[in-house]
Design a protein around this ligand. Structure first.
Ligand code: ATP
Ligand code: LTN
Length: 337
């Protein structure tokens, strides 16, 4: 057989997470876990989204600490710096530069339709700043800068990714092929982990009710307690059905943590009450998080090391980003220093 001489570049992946607090179980199952899995097959570029985080008021010292902590959580979850590039968004200036250009190619009407903007502006009525509104243009810049083919995200970010695709297609039509059109990569189970106290809402780290979410820092006792107090229905059958939103959420979490199929879970808990099931879910989550928590504790003890890793990785990212920025400035007619 003829030997293949052209080595093809692996397809590229980009994603990011805001250092807006301790990550939740939703962040882990919806996004972080896929970041780790995708390293094996793709050329992966990840960042903290600290520029996105300042769209809501942040205390500077807390933001800095949360950025280091998030960096450690992702390494503890299995990101391998030999296999991926991982840095802080603010370290690579091209994110902000491309965001400006994309802001000028994104319509007010498109941004007005974003449900995250509507939700967050309702939550932060005293600070509806321009950055909160144009947030998706920065997210599009993050992705398009690296010519990403796939973007691992939870279900709630699908709308932002669709906007990214629209902006990229429009830009390509006006200026000629510049950006790769990215596709979302959403997990089959636990793509939208729901709030434990209100299963109609997604689990969110910024919820004021501590019992509504599982944080990656929660102890096994806290985890089991939170699951035992999770809101369910007045029935007692562990069955996956849309009208049983609370139980459906717990079944998905249990499936995602144990790798068991949904019918097998229904069979496992047949004839048993919600109490046994909730304890089992709590135990499965606690067991999944335990090794990650131990590793994160070790890593966070050496902030200097974490910062050095992020800087070295930012340098690698700059090299990729620079190629896109040169192309973009040239196409748009902007002079470059
Ligand atoms: P906040 O709660 O402060 O609004 P967030 O957790 O929604 O923040 P990020 O930390 O930026 O936002 O989310 C990082 C990733 O986690 C995104 O890909 C997002 O889709 C995913 N994610 C967030 N919440 C959930 C959830 N409840 N279920 C599944 N995936 C989620
Ligand atoms: N907007 C996302 C975080 C985020 C992101 C990105 C995700 C910022 N930039 C690029 C994927 C790709 C959020 O709020 N969850």
């Amino acid at each position: 057989m003829e030997q293949q001489t052209i080595t093809q570049r692996k397809q590229r992946v980009f994603s990011a997470i805001q250092p807006s607090g301790v990550p939740t179980l939703g962040n882990y199952l919806g996004a972080i876990r896929n970041f780790v899995a995708m390293q094996e097959e793709f050329e992966c570029v990840y960042s903290t989204a600290n520029l996105h985080a300042i769209t809501v008021r942040q205390e500077p010292a807390k933001l800095r600490a949360a950025s280091h902590e998030l960096y450690a959580w992702l390494l503890a979850s299995g990101l391998d710096l030999e296999k991926c590039i991982f840095f802080h968004q603010s370290m690579v200036y091209a994110h902000a530069e491309l965001a400006w250009v994309l802001n000028c190619n994104t319509q007010f009407g498109e941004l007005s339709r974003m449900t995250q903007f509507k939700d967050k502006s309702a939550k932060h009525a005293d600070n509806i700043n321009a950055g909160l509104f144009t947030y998706p243009a920065l997210m599009a810049a993050d992705i398009l800068l690296y010519q990403a083919n796939f973007v691992p995200i939870g279900d709630d970010q699908k709308q932002h990714l669709e906007l990214t695709r629209d902006v990229a297609e429009r830009f390509n039509n006006i200026y000629g092929k510049t950006f790769t059109i990215p596709e979302p990569y959403i997990p089959k189970t636990a793509a939208r982990v729901m709030n434990l106290q209100d299963p109609a809402q997604k689990m969110s780290k910024s919820d004021p009710n501590q019992r509504s979410f599982i944080l990656l820092t929660d102890t096994p006792e806290q985890i089991i307690k939170k699951f035992r107090s999770a809101v369910t229905d007045s029935d007692s059958e562990v069955r996956y059905a849309p009208e049983k939103a609370g139980i459906k959420n717990l079944i998905e979490i249990y499936a995602a943590c144990t790798g068991k199929a949904i019918p097998a879970i229904e069979a496992e808990f047949e004839g048993k009450g919600y109490g046994d099931f909730k304890t089992a879910v709590g135990e499965a989550v606690a067991a999944l998080l335990k090794p990650i928590q131990e590793k994160q504790k070790e890593l966070i003890a050496d902030k200097k090391y974490l910062e050095e890793c992020a800087k070295a990785n930012a340098e690698k990212a700059v090299r990729i980003a620079k190629r896109t920025m040169e192309k973009v400035y040239k196409k748009v007619g902007l002079l470059r220093f």
